[in-house]
Ligand binder design. Structure first.
Ligand SMILES: NC(=O)c1ccc[n+]([C@@H]2O[C@H](COP(=O)([O-])OP(=O)(O)OC[C@H]3O[C@@H](n4cnc5c(N)ncnc54)[C@H](OP(=O)(O)O)[C@@H]3O)[C@@H](O)[C@H]2O)c1
Length: 183
């Protein structure tokens, strides 16, 4: 990510998207977030420059193009993502709808060769840069967005809450005492 680039995050209001937004803002990027309408006000408060309701608008058909796309849902085909990337731009998925993730793996190299757009799948790896991350958090430069906390015994309630899709940011399961759903 380079200073001042444009970034679109698909599935933006969850744990991954809200941290990515803050890292992008440190690089003075313009960030568009795609998520459902119930989260739009909260996303604007968090600092997204533009918010798109995925139920109202298909960003892959908007005609706008981005330097970078970070995807947590992978709801479109790699060809649709390539269409909204600027030449030389990069799309990265970290998870989501597996058949589309598989298509990204299959056609990524072809799209890079024929269209000069990068389509990448980021597999789960051991975390890197944790010291840098800790320094940013301690300096108050990034803030993990915590939706709610649950104790180990309350994991079924935590999963139910996660499945209801109402959470904004991370749901924490704590080994120390916590009251179900408290922020
Ligand atoms: N590869 C890695 O290193 C790595 C690391 C961490 C996480 N992950 C993966 O990343 C993914 C996301 O994690 P997360 O914690 O950020 O998830 P999350 O908290 O569930 O956030 C995803 C967001 O996407 C929204 N959404 C649902 N359907 C959508 C659609 N069609 N278009 C756009 N947005 C949509 C959800 O809202 P509603 O459902 O309320 O509509 C939710 O706000 C998971 O698959 C996880 O396994 C990968």
């Amino acid at each position: 990510m380079e200073e001042g680039q444009s970034l679109l995050i698909n599935g933006a209001a969850g744990g991954v998207g809200t941290l990515a937004l803050q890292l992008a803002k440190l690089k003075k990027c313009r960030v568009t977030g795609v998520d459902n309408s119930a989260k739009q006000e909260y996303m604007t408060l968090l600092g997204f420059d533009t918010v798109i309701d995925y139920l109202e608008e298909d960003f892959t058909r908007s005609g706008r193009q981005y330097d970078l796309i970070l995807d947590t849902k992978t709801t479109h085909s790699p060809f649709e993502y390539a269409r909204v990337l600027k030449p030389g731009g990069c799309y990265v998925t970290v998870g989501g709808f597996m058949p589309q993730v598989f298509l990204c793996l299959l056609f990524g190299k072809w799209i890079a060769w024929t269209q000069r757009r990068n389509i990448r799948v980021l597999g789960l790896k051991p975390n890197r840069g944790l010291i840098h991350f800790t320094q940013l958090i301690e300096a108050g430069k990034i803030l993990p967005v915590i939706d709610s906390r649950y104790s180990l015994a309350e994991v079924p309630a935590a999963i139910k809450h996660f499945q209801s899709s109402k959470h904004k940011g991370k749901i924490i399961v704590s080994v120390t005492e916590a009251t179900a759903g408290e922020p």
